[in-house]
Design a protein around this ligand. Structure first.
Ligand SMILES: Nc1ncnc2c1ncn2[C@@H]1O[C@H](COP(=O)(O)OP(=O)(O)OP(=O)(O)O)[C@@H](O)[C@H]1O
Ligand SMILES: [Mg+2]
Length: 568
């Protein structure tokens, strides 16, 4: 490759890091942080490619005020990221890393748009064609498309981070849209605000939407409503819903819960004549049991009197479960928790779980491979439990599938900071949730389950999960702590690139990880079906009329019944 635009000479080299003294003001202008330079490596036609990390220098005030290009001594610091050399048929080959280093005094070239295009083509050619998907345009050269490896992006967990309104939901919609073009895409999106509904439009969408039951769905649930019955919860999760599991006395109470739950599950098994096939079930196996029965048995314990030496005395559990029972009853009666505790009778039948799993994990003529699960009606205090129950169900079914029958599956966790917080700030329910997701983060790769965590607060996200992510798509991050969470992911020599994070435009992102060869600044394509997350134009909206009294009345009605009904 013959580069044209000499901008300076190499003045110092240390492993991978190169300092370049730039020729004049114009040269300094064509070097930007995050851009690329080429430096001949001594072999015929072969060049090292360096990513510009910083540019510094002093500007001669006289010439700059006279409008001339500043006469200045400017320096650039760059990191060698790979090597480009001629290949067959006028093409070029890109190789990551450096086999050699530039000699002092070597010329340094800035890349023109055409050269940049050739470089990125060579980079793209290092991946198999079929594993690539398009994300958008390269920020510094809009006509150059950026592709990433879909295999690597989804293989070992990824994260999308960015301040509110930076474009995360749009980026998620774009990724889903790209994946939806694949026949067997298998993605389940946890939609916390119901904002991805347009993606399931029968005409223009590409996903199937399911909703976790809200209070208004309990009486006659529609086809799209999902229940996550209480018996899907592990013993610890179940107990965290009714008591603070960290309390000293909780240990004994939890043991009592466990005993009754196990007995009730055994009774269900025997009633349905499944003794033979379910011989080895455990306490946490997803087997239905009745909540009324559980309460009756705990109630019995709580009131039990036993034979004493002289007269009747209080049983071992007498009076110890009053508080837990009270809380339990409250929880069950609350219609907002109906998706857990007020499940339809049919959920008790042995086939029901199979049908639930099929709705989530299979696709066919009337069911698309990409599923959106709407959590918007799940109360905040049960969100972590609901998310982890669903994730665990999906993960364990994948685990128990024969390897040849597994289809790789990605769980997209939107607003992940709400249920995957840092360990030190997690409440009882969130701690249980973390156990599930940490397990998926650590072991999911082997079973073809990956996580895509999406959050506006990377610094509040659980660090175990974050550290397992191999790819980061970072949109604009204005907060310093969040920026450093991303900066820490970069090798020392590339930390300068993180300076870009606060100045990225809306919809512009830095992709860091093995799905691309080097940190790449991308102007993401807008998805063809946008989520309904649009920022509201306050000033323009205020120029229109007010909300009518009847609309407010309807909102109050919805608020009371905790379900959305639109005006007839
Ligand atoms: N790639 C893009 N191209 C053009 N505009 C975009 C792009 N991405 C986002 N936007 C604009 O930014 C707005 C907000 O984007 P989005 O809803 O994705 O933000 P977000 O990061 O998910 O915010 P929050 O954290 O509040 O959910 C969109 O409504 C859209 O107008
Ligand atoms: Mg969003």
């Amino acid at each position: 490759m013959q580069f044209q635009n000499v901008v300076g000479v190499v003045t110092s080299v240390s492993t991978g890091l190169v300092a370049v003294s730039l020729n004049d003001g114009n040269a300094a202008k064509s070097i930007v942080v995050g851009g690329f330079c080429a430096i001949p490596d001594g072999r015929n036609g072969s060049h090292l490619i360096a990513l510009v990390d910083s540019v510094s220098g002093s500007v001669d005030e006289e010439s700059s005020s006279s409008g001339k290009p500043p006469a200045a001594s400017a320096n650039a610091r760059m990191t060698i990221i790979g090597q480009i050399s001629p290949a067959d048929a006028g093409r070029f080959r890109f190789k990551r890393g450096a086999e050699s280093f530039p000699a002092l005094g070597s010329q340094c070239f800035a890349l023109s748009n055409v050269e940049l295009g050739q470089l990125l083509d060579a980079v793209t050619a290092t991946f198999q064609k079929d594993e690539l998907f398009e994300l958008g345009a390269y920020s510094l050269s809009q006509q150059t498309r950026v592709c990433a490896s879909g295999n690597r992006f989804f293989q070992r967990h990824a994260a999308i981070v960015g301040s509110t309104g930076a474009g995360k939901s749009w980026a998620v919609a774009l990724l889903l849209e790209r994946a939806s073009q694949l026949q067997g895409a298998n993605i389940i999106l946890f939609d916390l605000h119901g904002e991805y509904k347009p993606l399931s439009d029968p005409e223009t969408g590409f996903a199937t939407r399911l909703r976790i039951a809200g209070p208004a769905d309990l009486a006659s649930p529609g086809d799209d409503v999902l229940f996550l019955p209480h018996w899907l919860l592990s013993r610890d999760e179940m107990f965290s819903v009714v008591a603070d599991i960290r309390q000293e006395s909780a240990y004994n109470q939890a043991a009592r819960f466990a005993k009754h739950i196990f007995d009730l599950k055994t009774e269900w098994r025997d009633k349905h004549k499944l003794k033979k096939s379910l011989q080895t079930f455990t306490l946490d196996s997803p087997i239905p049991y009745s909540l009324d029965e559980l309460i009756d048995r705990l109630e019995f314990d709580n009131n039990e009197m036993v034979e004493g030496a002289r007269s009747e005395k209080k049983g071992p559990w007498n009076g110890t479960l009053t508080k837990v029972l009270e809380r339990f009853r409250d929880r069950i009666a609350d219609r907002r928790n109906g998706f857990l505790f007020q499940t339809p009778d049919v959920a008790d039948s042995p086939d029901w779980l199979t049908q639930l799993v099929a709705r989530l994990m299979s696709s066919g003529p009337d069911q698309r491979g990409i599923k959106i699960v709407d959590f918007s009606e799940v109360p905040a205090d049960l969100l972590a439990v609901a998310a982890s129950t669903l994730a665990r169900l999906l993960y364990t079914v994948q685990f128990w599938l024969e390897p040849q029958d597994r289809r790789p599956m990605c769980l997209v966790c939107d607003e992940a900071h709400l249920y995957l917080p840092r360990t030190d700030s997690a409440d009882a329910g969130q701690s249980r949730s973390l156990e599930t997701f940490e397990r998926i983060a650590k072991e999911g790769r082997k079973y073809g389950v990956s996580l895509l965590v999406v959050s506006q607060r990377p610094s509040d996200l659980n660090s175990t999960i974050l550290s397992q992510c191999n790819n980061f798509l970072s949109l604009r991050l204005s907060n310093d702590r969040d920026q450093s969470a991303v900066r820490n992911l970069l090798p020392d020599s590339m930390k300068g690139v993180s300076e870009l994070l606060p100045i990225l435009d809306i919809g512009e992102a830095l992709l860091i990880g093995d799905a691309v060869m080097f940190p790449t600044r991308i102007r993401l394509d807008a998805p063809s079906v946008a989520p309904s997350s649009a920022s509201i134009d306050f000033w323009l909206e205020w120029q229109k009329g007010a909300t009518s009294a009847s609309k407010l009345a309807l909102a109050v009605e919805n608020l009371r019944r905790q379900g959305r009904k639109t005006a007839e």
